[in-house]
Design a protein around this ligand. Structure first.
Ligand code: 2AM
Length: 173
């Protein structure tokens, strides 16, 4: 079994662009623990434990998704109380992101996985163990990212640290 999730995939250059926002997040929530730059991502659907046959079927379903590439404008910092994270998020969710998320969720549900979240809230977790105000909504200088890929990720300890490893990549057209 592997712990898996679907996520937008950012390039290393895009992950570097997120670092100034992570610094702002850490100044808003001192004591929070920064997410490693190569782990920065935006979850589409969290699956949890998946066996190899389910994984293969999920990949086959996801390979049929044909939603367009899109631009994502990230413009504010916010906090979740549970888990305690500080994140960067868009105020306007692009239609193409919603379409993609719905299609990914359909694949996962067809394979018997339930969405454990009441409502899809796209966000990029910048730091964890954040003791900050759950009502935090801090505007930041907008950052626009071109999104042209998503992936099925494995979450696991590799070389003694938590890493999110893209197992299969899917291009958006
Ligand atoms: P993330 O912050 O690293 O994306 C399981 O709950 C995982 O799903 C969390 O660790 C979180 O991972 C992500 N998540 C939490 N709440 C969510 C929500 N409302 N919508 C989408 N992803 C969420």
């Amino acid at each position: 079994m592997q712990r898996l999730f679907f996520s937008l995939k950012f390039s290393p250059a895009q992950q570097q662009q997120l670092l100034p926002y992570q610094q702002q997040a850490l100044s808003v929530c001192p004591g929070a623990k920064a997410v490693a730059s190569d782990n920065l991502h935006l979850t589409l659907f969290f699956l949890g434990q998946v066996d190899s046959e389910q994984r293969q079927r999920l990949i086959n379903y996801a390979a049929q998704i044909n939603t367009p590439a899109f631009q994502l404008q990230l413009d504010h910092l916010g906090c979740f109380a549970k888990p305690k994270i500080v994140y960067l998020a868009p105020s306007q969710i692009p239609d193409a992101l919603l379409q993609l998320q719905q299609q990914v969720a359909q694949c996962c549900k067809a394979e018997g996985f339930n969405d454990i979240h009441d409502k899809y809230r796209p966000h990029i977790t910048l730091a964890r163990h954040a003791a900050c105000d759950a009502a935090l909504q801090q505007p930041v200088a907008p950052l626009t990212l071109q999104v042209s890929e998503f992936a099925l990720y494995q979450s696991a300890q590799f070389d003694g640290r938590l890493q999110y490893l893209p197992l299969y990549n899917f291009m958006l057209i």
